[in-house]
Write a protein that binds this ligand. Structure first.
Ligand code: TRP
Length: 330
């Protein structure tokens, strides 16, 4: 079992990334060989700031390590440091069909009405993502629900490449739902919107850099309703903000929402919120202090990324060579 996943190095990590993705990656390190990368080439498809991109790669790497990704066990690297990603992506662009990419909902969402003026990179984004995965012959790809379609596309590309060139080189990957449940964390101000780094209100999210007082304050001010917590999940229907806070608590404690409600049913938010704030402080404050240490030593951080890239180049070279041979380039 080999796990590959990537994250765009845009902005800093928040609780949504942590509970929705990163802590699953951390747990997966015990189950499989893992490769995790900062998708800096993918970041070029949105307006990335040249002056900041490299800093953001380093910052995101620090955040991942602070959260528990162990560079001694997992291969952690910047995508652009392994040219094989771009090289395989070109071969796969000749396999992927226009029609397949036209159906990608993420492209449609991001391009909106400006299809004609979107970059070609935004359109072929999922092909680069397929290369990221297929290069390492990954069996499992831990991703959120929004990326499932891209993993299915990677499967289609792998199968067509293998058929066209009469090989079994590429391994069709599975979207991976293991490593424990991932929480879908919503904004603290609006239970119908995802917690996001692009929300203009900082009160809507909890950042890994927030200090303990700020965490407590954000939870105190989080939107809720006056009702007490119910006995079961079904009764949270229509109470998006309440559902969110309960979901966050369950994820932090590694329990199910049902178990949590069994304990807290009848409690109002006046009592529940301080308990939640304490749980979040206990989760985040050690991550925050590791993050500060890591940021203070950029050379050590770079050394992790250099070593990770070297290992990734070694692991990916045979697949790229075999793909080049399969299409007749070598
Ligand atoms: N597109 C992914 C996202 O936005 C990031 C990503 C890039 C990725 N390449 C990948 C995820 C390969 C898994 C595997 O979340």
């Amino acid at each position: 079992m080999r796990v590959v996943s990537g994250i765009q190095p845009t902005g800093s990590l928040h609780l949504g990334n942590l509970l929705g993705a990163i802590l699953r990656w951390v747990r997966m390190q015990d189950e499989a060989e893992c490769l995790f990368f900062l998708a800096d080439l993918h970041a070029l498809t949105v307006n990335s700031d040249p002056a900041q991109l490299r800093t953001q790669v380093r910052d995101m790497a620090a955040a991942l390590i602070a959260s528990g990704i162990d560079p001694a066990r997992s291969t952690l690297f910047a995508q652009s440091a392994v040219p094989a990603h771009s090289e395989l992506a070109w071969l796969l662009q000749c396999t992927a069909r226009m029609g397949w990419l036209s159906r990608m909902t993420q492209f449609k969402d991001k391009a909106g009405k400006n299809r004609e003026s979107s970059s070609v990179g935004l359109f072929t984004y999922p092909v680069l993502q397929a290369a990221d995965i297929l290069l390492y012959r990954a069996s499992h790809v831990p991703v959120g629900e929004d990326q499932k379609q891209h993993i299915e596309l990677a499967r289609d590309i792998a199968v067509k490449f293998n058929t066209d060139f009469d090989t079994d080189l590429l391994v069709p990957p599975e979207p991976f739902i293991g490593g424990g449940a991932a929480a879908r964390v919503m904004s603290l101000r609006d239970g119908s919107a995802k917690m996001s780094k692009s929300d203009p209100s900082d009160m809507s999210r909890i950042n890994l850099t927030d200090d303990n007082d700020l965490i407590a304050q954000k939870i105190r001010k989080a939107r809720t309703d006056p009702e007490p917590l119910p006995e079961n999940v079904a009764l949270l229907e229509g109470r998006a903000e309440a559902r969110n806070l309960v979901g966050i608590m369950a994820a932090v404690q590694g329990r199910s929402v049902e178990q949590l409600l069994a304990e807290h049913a009848g409690q109002g938010f006046g009592a529940f919120k301080p308990a939640l704030a304490d749980a979040l402080v206990a989760l985040i404050s050690p991550i925050r202090s590791r993050l500060q240490q890591l940021r203070a030593d950029p050379a050590a951080l770079d050394a992790h990324l250099v070593a990770g890239a070297e290992r990734a180049r070694e692991l990916s070279a045979p697949t790229l060579l075999a793909a080049q041979q399969a299409v007749g380039l070598r």
